[in-house]
Ligand binder design. Sequence first.
Ligand code: ADP
Length: 227
Amino acid sequence: SAKLASIGELAAGVAHEINNPLSIILGFTRLLAKKSSFDPQAKEDLEMIHSNAESCKKIVEDLLNFSRQKRPQHREADINQTIESIVSLVETQYPKGGVTTIRDYDASIPPVKMDIDKMKQVFMNILMNAYQATDSGGSIRVSTHYDEAKDGIFTVFSDTGCGIPKNIQTRVFEPFFTTKEPGQGTGLGLAVCYGIVQEHHGEISLESEEGKGATFKIWLPLDSGRR
Ligand code: ADP
């Protein structure tokens, strides 16, 4: 938690400072692109500057989201509906041929008090990672159930993707830990998930075997704002 907080502060500072010059770069590339006097090569170069500046903007946004210490707004929610809104969004926005999504929602689970927007971000980050890790022919199972002993809701995301080697399993929740190519990942997704689930007094855990997929389990108490 301490590591998250101090990195969060640093990240917020850097992201804030970079945001303004970046907006100026993007603004001017847009202006230049409107000029018709450029030859095709120059237009291509300009497009390159623009798309890379857009990538930087996405990283800055991730950093700002990561560090934003907004207090959670707990509202009663149907967790199945909340998850389904993300699952269907990911399926339509980032369709991936040959990957099957299996829904296994327990319809009888009670409502949960949670910060809906923050938990949507958790589900989104985990689901996007699962999609990225899973090749054609694989599947992603999303399930929910109420656990009486723990008096809370479990949400489980299980993919048949590449899996996570044992030696990095403890590191994936660390801020900035990523195995993705530069520009593909900031390593903040799971750190954000960890922070949000902690704020809800819940638990997040990972089980995985290299080559055999990964399972992320999130447990949330029924009233995560009360404790
Ligand atoms: P990023 O996606 O930007 O790399 P994350 O914090 O979301 O950052 O993930 C950290 C790392 O955890 C990823 O780079 C990847 O190596 C690993 N990872 C996360 N989810 C999965 C998954 N479902 N299957 C395989 N590896 C995963």
